[in-house]
Design a protein around this ligand. Structure first.
Ligand SMILES: [Zn+2]
Length: 214
């Protein structure tokens, strides 16, 4: 079962990917993890990626795709995998497609966790983080026992810059420009499945299981 997760930043696709990974015993693969693992292990691909990252530059699509292909051909991926955060753009999706074709493979599902922008802005605005110990909360869904105070360490909790409405809106603009076209791309391939990401997390996962099968 080879799955791509689609959805805006903050739509909750990472959470769903983790649950899919656990239920179907397939690895949850994010490009961040792949980069870190390759750099840590000093692989050739990792060294190449690091030269870009050290300069604060984006890792080129082709190299990212090589890293992903290298990862998904490892033993633990033989029953499938769930990709989270890649592909992000049409050129990346095309590169992935080509690379898979060479090994006679193709993706099975692209699952779009659909959440309207205003919903995401509101959701992210409710996040709170403790800068001392890294604990995260949400004023509505996972509040601290005492407002504004970290349960774990007693420090003050804050709304991170990353979660502020103006930052979230900027990221959503990038998403609509670069990533949303993937929805059509995978729809044209006949593998797009859309779930309503505004629902309770467990209900979203139930809908995904209904698509993938028990
Ligand atoms: Zn804390």
């Amino acid at each position: 079962m080879k799955i791509i997760m689609l959805g805006a930043p903050g739509a909750g696709k990472g959470t769903q990917a983790k649950q899919i990974s656990a239920k179907y015993s397939i690895p949850h693969i994010s490009t961040g993890d792949i980069f870190r693992a390759n750099i840590k292990n000093g692989t050739e691909l990792g060294k190449k990626a690091k030269t870009y990252m050290d300069q604060g530059a984006l890792v080129p699509d082709e190299l990212t795709c090589d890293l992903v292909m290298d990862r998904i051909q490892q033993d633990d991926c033989k029953n499938g995998f769930v990709l989270d955060g890649f592909p992000r753009t049409i050129p990346q999706a095309e590169a992935l497609d080509e690379a898979l074709k060479k090994v006679n493979q193709s993706m099975d599902y692209a699952i779009d966790v659909d959440v309207p922008d205003e919903n995401i802005v509101k959701r992210m605005g409710g996040r709170r983080a403790c800068l001392s110990c890294g604990a995260t909360y949400h004023i509505q869904f996972n509040p601290t026992k005492v407002e504004g105070v970290c349960d774990a360490c007693g420090s003050k909790t804050v709304l991170r810059d990353d979660d502020k409405p103006e930052t979230v809106k900027k990221r959503l603009t990038v998403y609509h420009d670069q990533t949303q076209p993937l929805i059509n791309f995978y729809d044209n391939k006949g593998i797009l499945k859309t779930v309503d990401g505004t629902q309770d997390l467990n209900k979203v996962f139930e809908d995904i299981v209904a698509i993938l099968g028990e």
